[in-house]
Design a protein. Structure first.
Length: 188
């Protein structure tokens, strides 16, 4: 693990709270005591989720847990990595873990769009001689296949559709009362 923490998890839950500093590396979260972040609850799987931090950031993946992992109240797809953002809320069983970067992004920092970067790249200079054949570059080995889930910024859920309330139907009409029964003849 790195000497300098890159982020921290602020942990709250039943009989357990604190701050877990994390640096570059892998951190397994689960019920088993051998996990880097043990969460002792029967609602938590033995190895429930994993956080991996490297130069690109920290990602979380649900390891196919029984009860799932929530990120900002959304259920993660098992075995799909999701990039964590400053302030994200991870919920595992009865535990809540708030993810905070060691150096949160400032208001001045704005993300750069890929189109902006592409426009800033200068075109290659023309070849010196037309009879020179370009030497093909050796292709790098393919990167291992990984699946990453992209998510939109969290916001409030949309309101439920408005359904106009209808009054209940009127009760059915009552039948008219029965006429009195005729008197029985009296014996002589």
């Amino acid at each position: 693990m790195a000497d300098q923490p890159t982020a921290k998890l602020i942990l709250t839950g039943p009989d357990l709270s604190g701050v877990v500093a994390i640096g570059f590396g892998r951190y397994t979260l689960g019920r088993q005591s051998g996990n880097e972040v043990p969460l002792p609850s029967p609602l938590v799987s033995r190895e429930h989720a994993r956080i991996v931090c490297d130069e690109t950031g920290c990602q979380i993946v649900d390891l196919g847990s029984s009860n799932g992992t929530l990120l900002n109240h959304d259920l993660l797809t098992p075995n799909v990595s999701v990039l964590l953002q400053h302030g994200d809320l991870v919920e595992i069983g009865p535990y809540q873990l708030r993810f905070e970067l060691a150096e949160p992004p400032t208001q001045d920092e704005e993300p750069v769009a890929a189109e902006d970067v592409a426009g800033a790249v200068a075109p290659a200079p023309p070849l010196a001689a037309a009879d020179q054949a370009p030497v093909p570059a050796e292709a790098p080995p393919p990167a291992p296949a990984t699946e990453t889930q992209t998510r939109l910024p969290a916001g409030p859920p949309p309101p439920p559709p408005a359904v106009p309330a209808r009054p209940p139907p009127p009760p059915p009409p009552r039948p008219p009362p029965l006429p009195p029964a005729p008197a029985a003849p009296t014996p002589p």
